[in-house]
Design a protein around this ligand. Structure first.
Ligand SMILES: *[C@@H]1O[C@H](CO)[C@@H](O)[C@H](O)[C@H]1NC(C)=O
Ligand SMILES: *[C@@H]1O[C@H](CO)[C@@H](O)[C@H](O)[C@H]1NC(C)=O
Ligand SMILES: *[C@@H]1O[C@H](CO)[C@@H](O)[C@H](O)[C@H]1NC(C)=O
Ligand SMILES: *[C@@H]1O[C@H](CO)[C@@H](O)[C@H](O)[C@H]1NC(C)=O
Ligand SMILES: *[C@@H]1O[C@H](CO)[C@@H](O)[C@H](O)[C@H]1NC(C)=O
Ligand SMILES: *[C@@H]1O[C@H](CO)[C@@H](O)[C@H](O)[C@H]1NC(C)=O
Ligand SMILES: *[C@@H]1O[C@H](CO)[C@@H](O)[C@H](O)[C@H]1NC(C)=O
Ligand SMILES: *[C@@H]1O[C@H](CO)[C@@H](O)[C@H](O)[C@H]1NC(C)=O
Ligand SMILES: *[C@@H]1O[C@H](CO)[C@@H](O)[C@H](O)[C@H]1NC(C)=O
Length: 473
């Protein structure tokens, strides 16, 4: 009897330790409590406020830690939204300080010298989108003698517009910035999608049509080159030496989401233009079909039924997918009833993979905690909850400079940036060591990927190439 009691106790303890988070998705107070727990847990990954550590970044880049530079920028964007959705200001000072610290004084275009040797347009762009979000939400403005949110976003836009490359593939941005980098010869949808997204948002925020022209031109190019196909799938990219025709057909959810959000801003900026509306409707329809089987978000190119093949980068994409789709319902209310029921079902599933202590796993289609943890997984869970909160609380739609946005801009920001491609610091021994390790990782990944390619689960990835898969974002 005694023995049986002890067993029962152990079972009870075990189930307490792994109890699911308690959250009522129809109650905003309950959602905010859960978000606070999950956000606290996310910030345990952040070590940049400890002595001797670099502010603004998550531990990394490999081999020094799991995370590339861009993901810090993505995390602060998540934290801007966390405040915007909850009014919880606990992390605002850290968030503000971190974004400004990594802006890269004195140029303030998110190309700090430490990271330029591995800089991609998408990496820089992620920080730029977080600055843009801070402007759109009227997040705490930095001290007036420092860089301002809007000007930071404009600096990213300007430096990238200057890199628009018509020599190959009739336009588009390359993935990497320094010509010595692997991937300098690759033009991909995430780099161009972020540029499109930023241009669309700058157009709406400032009312300056130059940004809108760039947005339209970038979208057109993505479609023309075949990265967006006639069914509105969005593929990863292609190489300049093949005129960008060797298209890697891997699809990632954040790429789709970055284009959908950009299209929604263009729809709103043009006051309901039918051309942008049809693109937005079709892209959204395709994304709901591709990335939400059974209405639950799945990172289909790496989250396979049999195993998870996602890199650290990829483990964070579902969070952007949820947040950006939710925000689209504000820019384009007509599409609210298409998007929101799916996000709710998906968020409900996501919470089944979070523990009571706010530690969340990765796969949302299981009904239990899977123990696959990290900063990306925490951001995904936060993104899921934000999307549900949007229907329960007043969350102000993105401000513009005529509807209350207070961030100070500078349309010439970044244009005399000293960080042209010719002045990047020489590749050092430690960079080379990093590259070797990345190569080893790529080889290991190719082996495992070949394994899953032969499982037949990835028929949509015909003509698959590896170059775009191992990126820094
Ligand atoms: C750093 O930030 C984390 C998360 O906000 C916090 O828990 C920790 O106490 C902070 N550490 C220092 C030294 O400020
Ligand atoms: C945040 O505060 C504003 C203004 O006080 C309020 O209108 C809004 O409902 C609050 N939002 C949340 C999510 O608590
Ligand atoms: C650059 O690296 C140095 C040395 O690790 C560090 O002290 C500094 O804070 C870093 N700056 C940025 C912007 O990351
Ligand atoms: C908004 O931005 C545009 C473009 O930069 C500028 O011309 C205009 O004066 C700004 N409006 C306000 C109210 O700040
Ligand atoms: C983009 O393509 C559309 C349709 O083909 C065209 O009407 C529009 O002028 C193009 N915009 C730009 C900026 O190239
Ligand atoms: C490159 O591709 C574009 C369209 O994809 C085509 O119009 C152009 O002729 C091609 N150029 C070369 C040099 O093959
Ligand atoms: C643009 O966004 C605002 C703010 O959410 C919304 O009120 C307005 O209806 C949107 N415009 C269109 C054409 O949907
Ligand atoms: C959505 O996509 C499906 C196929 O993926 C198609 O059958 C359907 O007509 C599309 N609906 C709209 C509104 O575009
Ligand atoms: C609009 O943006 C463009 C591109 O950055 C810039 O050259 C131009 O000066 C801006 N116009 C105004 C009125 O701010």
């Amino acid at each position: 009897m005694l023995f049986a009691k002890r067993l029962l106790c152990a079972a009870a303890l075990a189930s307490t330790a792994s109890a699911q988070i308690t959250v009522d998705l129809t109650d905003s107070a309950s959602i905010k409590t859960a978000m606070a727990t999950i956000a606290y847990n996310l910030l345990t990954y952040y070590k940049g406020n400890m002595s001797g550590m670099t502010p603004g970044i998550l531990p990394g880049p490999p081999p020094d830690g799991d995370y590339y530079w861009w993901e810090g920028g993505a995390m602060w964007g998540t934290m801007v939204d966390y405040w915007h959705y909850t009014n919880d200001t606990s992390y605002n000072p850290t968030t503000e300080y971190s974004i400004v610290f990594q802006a890269g004084s004195p140029d303030n275009s998110f190309q700090p010298a430490n990271w330029t040797a591995s800089l991609g347009n998408d990496d820089q762009g992620f920080w730029g989108m977080s600055a843009m979000l801070a402007a759109e939400t009227n997040f705490d403005n930095p001290p007036a003698d420092g860089p301002q949110w809007l000007a930071l976003a404009q600096a990213v836009f300007n430096t990238q517009a200057a890199r628009w490359d018509t020599k190959y593939c009739e336009g588009g941005l390359r993935w990497q910035v320094p010509l010595s980098n692997n991937g300098y010869n690759y033009k991909n949808s995430i780099a161009n999608g972020i540029f499109f997204n930023l241009a669309a948002r700058l157009a709406r925020y400032t009312g300056n049509a130059t940004y809108a022209d760039w947005a339209a031109k970038t979208y057109n190019w993505t479609e023309y080159i075949g990265y967006i196909d006639t069914e509105y799938n969005i593929y990863d990219g292609g190489h300049v030496e093949h005129n960008c025709t060797d298209i890697n057909k891997a699809q990632f959810s954040y790429v789709a989401a970055v284009y959908i959000q950009g299209a929604a801003f263009m729809y709103n900026y043009t006051n309901g233009d039918s051309f942008w509306q049809s693109r937005l409707t079709a892209l959204t329809n395709r994304t709901l079909n591709v990335f939400f089987p059974n209405d639950i978000a799945v990172e289909l190119s790496c989250e396979l039924t049999a195993s998870i093949q996602c890199t650290t980068d990829m483990l964070s994409y579902k969070g952007y997918l949820h947040r950006w789709l939710a925000q689209v319902t504000q820019m384009a209310p007509y599409i609210h009833d298409t998007i929101m029921p799916v996000l709710k079902t998906s968020a409900t599933a996501a919470m089944k993979n979070c523990n009571a202590d706010g530690t969340c796993g990765f796969r949302w289609t299981t009904t239990t905690y899977d123990g696959d943890t990290g900063a990306g997984q925490q951001m995904n869970a936060l993104g899921a909850l934000m999307s549900v909160l949007l229907d329960l609380e007043y969350v102000s739609p993105a401000y513009t400079n005529t509807t209350g946005g207070t961030s100070v801009g500078n349309s010439a920001a970044g244009t005399d940036s000293s960080t042209s491609t010719t002045t990047y610091k020489a590749i050092t021994t430690s960079d080379r060591a990093g590259a070797t390790i990345i190569t080893i990782l790529i080889c290991a990944s190719i082996v495992s990927m070949l394994m899953w390619m032969s499982t037949g689960e990835n028929e949509s990835l015909g003509g698959f190439r590896f170059a775009g898969l191992f990126g820094k974002g």
